[in-house]
Design a protein around this ligand. Structure first.
Ligand SMILES: Cc1cc2nc3c(=O)[nH]c(=O)nc-3n(C[C@H](O)[C@H](O)[C@H](O)COP(=O)(O)OP(=O)(O)OC[C@H]3O[C@@H](n4cnc5c(N)ncnc54)[C@H](O)[C@@H]3O)c2cc1C
Length: 473
């Protein structure tokens, strides 16, 4: 009997998994493998919070495989290509199946692996299992990649999204082999900063499906409004499950369509934003490190470690920003509206490079995702495709009063301000010392003074933008 290897990467599920489905259909015995790369470049590794998620997602995949009589073969190496090829040799594998990735370093690695395997006489088959439309399949009328979302979406929204037939796992035959123990991958933190994550998340496929079911029943219909309210639980929270592929984007699409949603619906549109970020990173690989619009490399950023540190540590003195940064630290997730507000504050009021924010998000988000994070930060910084223009500066106070009207979000994450009633909480500096004392707050002591005056920050951003425009004229 022939043997094949299914190489799991960001597709940690057994259903809606094209590579696995084809492996089963081939009738060969299957070795399911995950290789953890050590000392890899950023694009092929995870930040701290994502490592936490990965640990649990791998445990969950292994449990699902055990239910059908198989084991996930875990390997760890600083040379992933060599590790995979030697497994292929050791287990006499005839064919390797995987689902494609679209980030530049991942494409390079997959190309190297394929070259090596083909040279060794091993068959390689790859598939799409992580996006609605693959980046190379979509181009505008001139045959060029899209850089603006709306025409991209109009082009894509009518393209049929295939439904994968259910995988008959009972028909699968497995190669019985055990690799490393999951704990040996050392993905969980040594210092237990992850305690609060357990209260927020269940990083399993079952939990993803339950959450989607709940979401599709109510808030999804009110999504367009609820998704902006920072204290509401109005979004799906599918991002980490989607990133690790514990649930497939096609599965979500069809589940919602079947429950009466249309592709025009605001939610499904967001799934196309996710596809769009993959499209951008694939066609403009330089945008991983640098601004998609190259002229922004000449922008006069201030680059102050001290400012970035205060932002990271939730010490800006602006309650809505600090609450969002605490939400990120405590839960590994931040509301989308809050991501835009803290991002704009860092890049515009504080004039820090977008990369310094992207790096922190990379380390602290459980849904840290190279295409989405890069596009999100470049959108905020005005230097990416379809980005908010640089001169549009979000006012965090107005954002707070609009999207956290009663201060509930701030109260949840900044207990030191929790006694301040209603929306007064957004501007503690407007309160008298007597009022502050009554609420148990001492500015500069129990809560920091504002690190910057908003109008000065805004003027600084606009002046820098004018200087930049002169420079690149
Ligand atoms: C500065 C910044 C950084 C970001 N970094 C990331 C990141 O690292 N990983 C990440 O997945 N998203 C990122 N986003 C996009 C967005 O904030 C998150 O996808 C969303 O908040 C995740 O929560 P959710 O699953 O409840 O989203 P929902 O609102 O329920 O949306 C459903 C899904 O659609 C996709 N989606 C939603 N909004 C966007 C968007 N603006 N761009 C691309 N895809 C979107 C996501 O896959 C999401 O899970 C970032 C946005 C900004 C402004």
């Amino acid at each position: 009997m022939k043997r094949c290897l299914v190489w799991f990467r960001r597709d940690l599920r057994l259903q809606d998994n094209s590579a696995l489905l084809s492996a089963i259909a081939s009738g060969a015995e299957i070795l399911p493998v995950y290789i953890h790369g050590v000392n890899q470049p950023k694009q092929l590794s995870e930040g701290g919070a994502s490592q936490w998620w990965l640990h649990h997602a791998l445990a969950d995949l292994d449990a699902q495989l055990k239910d059908v009589g198989a084991d996930l073969y875990l390997e760890q190496s600083d040379d992933v290509c060599e590790a995979l090829c030697s497994l292929v040799r050791e287990y006499n594998i005839d064919a390797v199946f995987w689902n494609r990735r679209y980030q530049p370093d991942a494409i390079k690695l997959d190309t190297d692996v394929k070259k090596q395997l083909v040279a060794d006489g091993v068959e390689v088959e790859s598939f799409n299992s992580s996006v609605l439309n693959e980046p190379h399949a979509i181009s505008n009328l001139s045959g060029r990649p899209y850089q603006v979302f709306t025409p991209y979406w109009k082009r894509c929204r009518d393209i049929e999204v295939p439904i994968l037939t259910d995988v008959n796992l009972d028909a699968a035959r497995w190669v019985n082999a055990t690799g490393r123990d999951l704990d040996m991958l050392s993905l969980l933190p040594q210092i237990p900063w992850d305690k609060t994550f357990y209260k927020t998340w269940q990083p399993t496929r079952k939990a993803a499906k339950e959450r989607l079911k709940l979401f599709s029943k109510k808030p999804v219909r009110e999504y367009n409004i609820a998704r902006d309210m920072m204290s509401d639980d109005g979004t799906s929270r599918m991002a980490p499950y989607l990133h690790f592929g514990q649930i497939g984007v096609r599965e979500i699409y069809h589940y919602l369509k079947d429950s009466g949603e249309t592709v025009m619906h605001g939610y499904v549109r967001q799934l196309y934003w996710r596809d769009f970020s993959h499209h951008l990173i694939y066609h403009f690989p330089h945008s991983v490190e640098k601004s998609l619009r190259p002229e922004y490399e000449q922008f006069p950023w201030k680059n102050s470690e001290e400012m970035v540190a205060r932002w990271r540590k939730a010490q800006t003195g602006y309650p809505v920003i600090d609450a969002a940064m605490r939400q990120l630290w405590e839960t590994g997730w931040m509301h989308n509206r809050a991501r835009m507000v803290v991002g704009s504050f860092l890049v515009k009021h504080l004039l820090q490079e977008w990369q310094s924010g992207a790096d922190w998000f990379w380390d602290t988000l459980v849904d840290a995702d190279l295409p989405n994070n890069t596009m999100g930060w470049q959108w905020v910084g005005g230097c990416g495709a379809d980005a908010a223009p640089y001169f549009r500066v979000f006012n965090p106070l107005l954002q707070a009063k609009k999207f956290d009207k009663d201060g509930e979000y701030v109260r949840r994450y900044l207990p030191e301000l929790a006694k301040i009633p209603g929306k007064l909480i957004h501007e503690p500096w407007e309160l008298t010392e007597i009022e502050l004392a009554a609420y148990g707050v001492k500015l500069g002591d129990t809560y920091p003074e504002r690190m910057i005056n908003l109008s000065e920050g805004r003027d600084g951003a606009l002046n820098a933008y004018r200087e930049f425009k002169e420079r690149v004229k």
